[in-house]
Structures are given as C-alpha cells and as structure tokens.
Design a protein around this ligand. Sequence first.
Ligand code: FES
Ligand SMILES: [Fe+2]
Length: 421
Amino acid sequence: MNEQVADFRAERTNLTELAGLSKEPVSLEPYRSQEWFEREVNQIFKRAWLCLGREERIANPGDFFVQKIEVAKTDIIVTRTKGGHVRAFHNVCAHRSNKLVLDPEGNASRFICRYHNWTYRNDGELIGVPDQKNFFDLDKKSCGLKPIACDMWEGWIFINLQPEPEVTLEEFLGDFGEIYKGIPYLNADKSILFVSRLKANWKVIADAFAETYHIPAIHPETIGATFASNENPFARPISAQTWGPHRSVSTYGNPAYAPPEKAKVERLFYSNTATGNVLSAASLEDTQVLLQHPAINPTKSESWAVDVTWMFPHFQIDVSPGGFWTHHFWPVSQNETLWESRFHVPDATDIWSRLQQEHYIARLAEILLEDVGNTERTQEGIDSGAMETMPLQDGEVMIRHSLHNVRKWVEAATVREALAK
Ligand code: FES
Ligand SMILES: [Fe+2]
C-alpha cells in the first residue's frame, strides 16, 4: 500500500510525489487516438477483471441480468444457479449462434432460444434439442453455453474475458482486496440508476468523478460549500492511497456546513452529521459500522465528505456517511462512453422519508448534470489537437495514477507484468 496524507493548508499538497508519480504534464493522445483505444480494449478490457456490480441484483436462484460489453462485442448472461452460485456465459446459442436471452434481466430456471427452441438450464447445460435424432451424433454435453470466467469479492461480481485468466481475481485486487474486506454495503439491493451515453472518451468521464478541484467552479450552488470552505477554498483532498492499479482518495468535507437561508427545501431535510455530509439518504445511526471501518475515511478526519475508490480500470465506489454509490464507465468507442451510476438508498418507511429521498434524487440529478455537462466539450477540445498535454495539479493525482496504469497495461506483454511494481 502507498498511503498519502495531505495537509491541505500547506502551500502545495504532496500526494503525487508520495504516490511516486511524475509531475510532468501528461499526454492527451490516450484520450483521442483510435489506435491507442484499440490497444486499451485488447490489453485492458479483454484482460482485466471487470466489476459488473452487486450480487444483490441477482439475489435469488434463477435471477439473471444481461451485460453488454460493446467494445468486446460481447453480451454476457450473469445468473444465479439453483445451487446459489453466480455464473457468467456468452449470450449466444450453441446451435447457430443466435442471441439467446433478449430480456435485460429477470428470473428463469432455463433459457430457450427463439430460433429452434434449444433449451439450456441456467447453469449453462444444454437440456433440450428438438428433433435431436436428425443431427449427426450431437453431443449435448459439449454444446452448453460458453462460460466466461466469473468470480466474487465481497458481494461484487467480476468477470474476465480471457479464456483462461492470467491472474486470479484475488491477485488482481492484491492488497486492495484485503484492506477493503468487511465493508457493510448498506441498501445494496436497492438502487436508483442514472445512465447516459456521452460523446467522450471513457477516461474523460471517469476523470470527471476523480477529483474535487472542479467543485468550487462547477458546483458552486449545489455542493460547493460542502466540499470547500474558507479553510480549504479549493476543495483539496485530505488523503489518497494507491494499491497496484487501484486507488482511493478521501475528499474534504466542510464540518461547519449548513444549508443557506434560501435553500428552504434542503433545510427541511438536512440532517447534520458533523462530517459535512449532505449526499445522504440514510441516517447516521445506520452508517456507524461503515464509518468505523479502517479503510473508510482512513485518517478518521472530522473534515471528511466522501471516499472515491477507483478500481482499475473503469469502476468507482464512492462511500459517504450516508452510504454508497457506484459509477461504471463503459467505453463504446474512443470518443463515446456508456456511463451508469447507481445510488443505493433504503426503502422509504413513511411519507417524510419518501419526500427526503425525492429531494435527494432531484439534488443528485442536478449535481450529476453539472459533472457530465463539461465532458463532451472537453472531448471536442482534446480532439481539436490544440493541446498536446495537460498539466495536472496535486489534487488530480488519481487521474495521473489512472493514466500511469492504463499505459502500463497497454504496454505490458502479460497481466503479471502489468501488475508488477
Ligand atoms: S440458433 Fe438457437 S436453436 Fe438454433
Ligand atoms: Fe463533481
């Protein structure tokens, strides 16, 4: 582990140096080059373990969802078998390769292909072939669904598109997997989904959620006064950690925050948590266990808002005093991304909590629009070729660490080499 604690009052924080990263401006080519993008697809997205989300999405035997990974031209069925195991298969019929499952999610103990009615159990086994005798010694056993490597960590589902993954999920996660064990993910079974296709490189979108330097500029009316204050006017982070290709940053929260007089609705629902938190839909009592976990707000700062944890390559888990949310940044092409964001909230138990949640959701929508509103314009600027590089400040350390590891994976002949120190 590489732990870095920053004094935001210093003239300049030193997270970049402590993470052992270069302080030079970084190249913009990885954001606009078609050739580089193809290398990212082959070297990163087809070799890394990719998190698909929470297992609660398929809580019961028979539950399934379909995950499309457009850049790999792959459609994946993720199922919970009768025995309770989570399995992943290519969504392709073994007869003439028709797409098997058309619903995005559901519950089914078997899948029937619409073309000629071949039938599969949800553990992949082929169990029914109409007029089987008219085939030529068809071996049903060898005609099951084609499996995709799938493994679990702390209730998170991961897949790997390598036919034989070079490293295990445990090896891929390394120290990060140990340190983040035992976190209670509150309301993991319930989420509000925000989804959008944006005309920008996947890293442009991921970068937009990886630093708080933008907060005073982009979010002055919404969360500006939550993440910045007189003592920390530029929302500098309070600490950062890196573990191999994975990273996390703890962001500053204004402990003295209270909604302004004119924010009548926010004042109505605001619950002061003494940590500057307003991104919340759960009570502080519910989140006590979460807050005590050593990996969360690792410096146990009183001035803390959110931990942004970025699992290589394309997935972020954000933890705040109110619970957690996630971002997926699925590349579509070098300048298009499918962005999915899930906010986990408890069931509303009365009218008051329902109203509080509605307010939370409306507020989120506004904040997220502020976040992604710049991304397409940024991509246009990058594509113009006007700039060769971008200078990154210390608070943008996660972007640097991301690019450093993207390059490492793109250039490494093997996954082990990409993961080596
Ligand atoms: S293609 Fe699926 S049954 Fe023929
Ligand atoms: Fe933001």
